[in-house]
Design a binder for this molecule. Structure first.
Ligand code: FES
Ligand code: FES
Length: 163
């Protein structure tokens, strides 16, 4: 089926098989390998994407469901200068990345949370990331990175550095 959608700020028109998941389509047809295949059953969050700004597991959607939508994957997140975002930098600085398999989904979950709630407390961060599993870091550093980003963005908003 012919579909048109926005992928990481670029319009894509492509024939999408009706019987494959959006996860497989992104990885194997479009080379978007930042979307990870963890469990394939909607339990780990490794395949998370932002679909029209909402965090969803791409293994739970079919490729044609992208039609008319906007998708952002980890490849589409970047700072205004083209470099790492503040959240990506905090993941590195706070030791929130080990094997990295969960990291794209965690960062997208963090961005989805901060878009809705710029000042989350620890419990709200844990709730927002409840669908994302990490076998390596024990979550503390991941929560720290999101909390540090929230504080930094708030400080920038207060001083007028961040719109
Ligand atoms: S691969 Fe989709 S939730 Fe695990
Ligand atoms: S850093 Fe390895 S699964 Fe999270």
């Amino acid at each position: 089926m012919q579909i048109t959608f926005s992928l990481n700020h670029q319009t894509i028109e492509i024939d999408a098989p009706a019987d494959i998941t959006l996860l497989t389509f992104l990885r194997e047809h479009l080379g978007v390998t930042g979307v990870k295949d963890g469990c394939d059953v909607g339990e780990c969050g490794a395949c998370a994407i932002l679909l029209d700004g909402q965090l969803v597991n791409s293994c739970q959607l079919l490729a044609p469901q992208a039609d008319g939508r906007e998708i952002i994957t980890i490849e589409g997140l970047r700072a205004a200068d083209g470099g790492l975002t503040d959240l990506q930098r905090h993941f590195i600085d706070d030791g929130a990345v080990q094997c990295g398999f969960c990291t794209p989904g965690m960062i997208l979950a963090g961005e989805a949370l901060l878009a809705k709630n710029p000042t989350p407390d620890r419990e709200e961060i844990a709730d927002a990331l409840a669908g994302n599993l990490c076998r390596c870091t024990g979550y503390i550093q991941i929560f720290d990175a999101i909390a540090a980003t929230a504080r930094e963005r708030q400080a920038q908003t207060t001083t007028g550095e961040r719109p």
